[in-house]
Design a protein around this ligand. Structure first.
Ligand SMILES: Cc1cc2nc3c(=O)[nH]c(=O)nc-3n(C[C@H](O)[C@H](O)[C@H](O)COP(=O)(O)OP(=O)(O)OC[C@H]3O[C@@H](n4cnc5c(N)ncnc54)[C@H](O)[C@@H]3O)c2cc1C
Length: 490
């Protein structure tokens, strides 16, 4: 094998995305991936916000052209068992057979110039960092590349060595494919269905009005499963524990399966090092309940491609770029974990079983909620004000922090303040140091400040602008000195 700029292990959503981007940016790329699985790949739901990502990545036409089944929302029996029909607020999602979706992304990477090889990658220990060998039908060869991206998902060819299992999160998905001639009677036939029950939760994604994938997420250590009688009996026993799913699927035919799939949660001690990084599920995986796994993996791959591109083109920036990636992946994972814990708390109503208690625990959830509340209150307050006189709090400092600009990691201004966790650079695409600067220079009307911001920086929408301003006020970065605050009655 020649020496490649980048070798990517895994041709799933993360690997194909990183491979396509790096090839488009002029690097020699090889994607080393296992042939498609022998058991049927699960259908997965990609919510409408994934469409925005496809547009950003320049692949929306190809995805839309593939004719995936579109969905308008979820129908949910969660916690109190009452049915909620939840249409998406805007746009349609995609219900994708993962085999077809992954095949399309891989074809796009190949047409951008990435080479795709099928076989099995192995990590071999090396004093100078991870090294890879690749086994094809014919031979096992060392892989030589200037940068390695592990995108091998749960297998974690390099990632496994850095893995931290999330406590009490052991989960197995028992999966099957169902068919119903003439379709099911549901409020919306395209909806993903979700139901919580005592021992776990059930989930169903349609691929057409007549075919649905159905999975039960259970904890093999805590779920009382019918043992020793084969997967079919276990699968049907879980169905029998549900209320809505049992009713819906009782007269349908189980066409394929069941098969089991590990869905336990984990993160990484470290997401990168000199010459390598872990993108997508190779680094950390989130609860399937979110339906954001694919989107998170593709965003992680985009950030990983930017970091690899920076390391390859500007070796002096390698340390900064890797530090950025490590922090980013950690923060993203924590944010999703908080969200999942909140959903499990809501789902645990009336369940009272260990499966639910353990998944509801998440440190820091209260902080996240308090921050969101404070920002909402500040936004309401801002909307009511005819004018503002804003000043930066004296304790706030401007520092240089790494961030993404185009295809590279660069150093740019960010804000730090005592009592505020981390640094603040962008919120809702709004450049916070620039906004603070303009706010201090004296526009007293919110519309004037909005116009001044859009003249000085990349334009943003008014809602995004207000969100960012509200965050700055809620966190005490900007202090309002408008007359109302100074009146003697306060
Ligand atoms: C039960 C369940 C349901 C889910 N439902 C949803 C959903 O509805 N929506 C959603 O967005 N997400 C869902 N997810 C999450 C989603 O599947 C993952 O987040 C996503 O697949 C991660 O993408 P990836 O590219 O990082 O990894 P993967 O998709 O796992 O891709 C890894 C690739 O690496 C290859 N590979 C592995 N080992 C090797 C090796 N040794 N050599 C070469 N190649 C290798 C694999 O063949 C594969 O092609 C679900 C997950 C589970 C467990």
């Amino acid at each position: 094998m020649p020496v490649f700029d980048a070798a990517i292990i895994g041709g799933g959503p993360a690997g194909a995305t990183a491979g396509r981007l790096l090839a488009e940016w002029g690097h020699s790329v090889v994607i080393l991936t296992a042939p498609a699985d022998t058991h049927p790949a699960l259908a997965e739901c990609l919510p409408p916000s994934t469409g925005k990502l496809f547009r950003f990545l320049g692949i929306q036409d190809a995805i839309d052209g593939a004719g995936f089944y579109r969905t308008s929302g979820n129908t949910v029996w969660w916690g109190n068992r009452r049915r909620r029909v939840e249409p998406y607020p805007a746009g349609l999602g995609y219900q994708v057979p993962r085999g077809d979706f992954d095949g399309l992304l891989l074809a796009l990477a190949r047409s951008a110039g990435a080479r795709v090889r099928f076989g099995k990658a192995f990590s071999v220990p090396g004093a100078a960092g991870p090294r890879i060998e690749f086994q094809t039908a014919a031979q096992r060869v060392p892989v030589r590349a200037r940068f390695l991206l592990d995108c091998s998902g749960r297998a974690g060819v390099i990632g496994r060595g850095f893995r931290v299992r999330q406590r009490n999160s052991r989960t197995v998905a028992l999966c099957g494919v169902w068919r119903q001639a003439g379709g099911w009677k549901l409020p919306d036939i395209s909806h993903t269905l979700v139901e919580s029950y005592g021992d776990g939760w059930a989930w169903s994604v349609p691929l057409s009005p007549e075919v649905r994938h159905v999975a039960f997420m259970v904890d093999p250590g805590e779920t009382k499963m019918v043992r020793g009688q084969g997967p079919g009996v276990r699968y049907r026993a879980e169905l029998a524990k549900t209320a809505a799913f049992r009713r819906i699927f009782s007269r349908s035919a189980l066409e394929r399966g069941p098969w089991g799939r590990d869905a336990s949660l984990y993160t990484a001690r470290r997401f990168c090092g000199p010459g390598f990084l872990l993108a997508g599920d190779a680094g950390a995986c989130i609860d399937p309940l979110s339906s954001f796994g694919v989107k998170k993996a593709m965003v992680s791959a985009w950030a990983g491609a930017v970091v690899a591109n920076t390391c390859l083109r500007k070796p002096a920036m390698q340390e900064t770029a890797l530090r950025y990636f490590d922090e980013r992946e950690r923060q993203v994972h924590e944010e999703y974990a908080r969200q999942s814990a909140a959903w499990f708390r809501a789902g645990s109503a009336r369940q009272g079983r260990p499966f639910w208690e353990h998944r509801s625990e998440e440190a820091g959830a209260a902080n996240g909620r308090a921050d969101a509340e404070a920002a909402r209150a500040a936004l309401e307050d801002l909307r009511r004000r005819p004018s503002l006189r804003l000043r930066r709090a004296e304790s706030v400092r401007v520092v240089e922090r790494p961030g993404i600009e185009g295809r590279e990691i660069v150093l740019r201004a960010a804000l730090v303040a005592p009592g505020v966790e981390g640094v603040l650079d962008f919120v809702a695409n709004v450049d916070l140091p620039c906004l603070v600067d303009l706010a201090e220079r004296g526009s007293s009307q919110v519309p004037d400040l909005f116009e001044a911001y859009n003249r000085a920086c990349a334009p943003v929408t008014l809602p995004d602008f207000l969100t960012a301003l509200a965050v700055l006020v809620a966190k005490g970065i900007l202090i309002d000195h408008s007359p109302r605050d100074l009146s003697p009655s306060r």
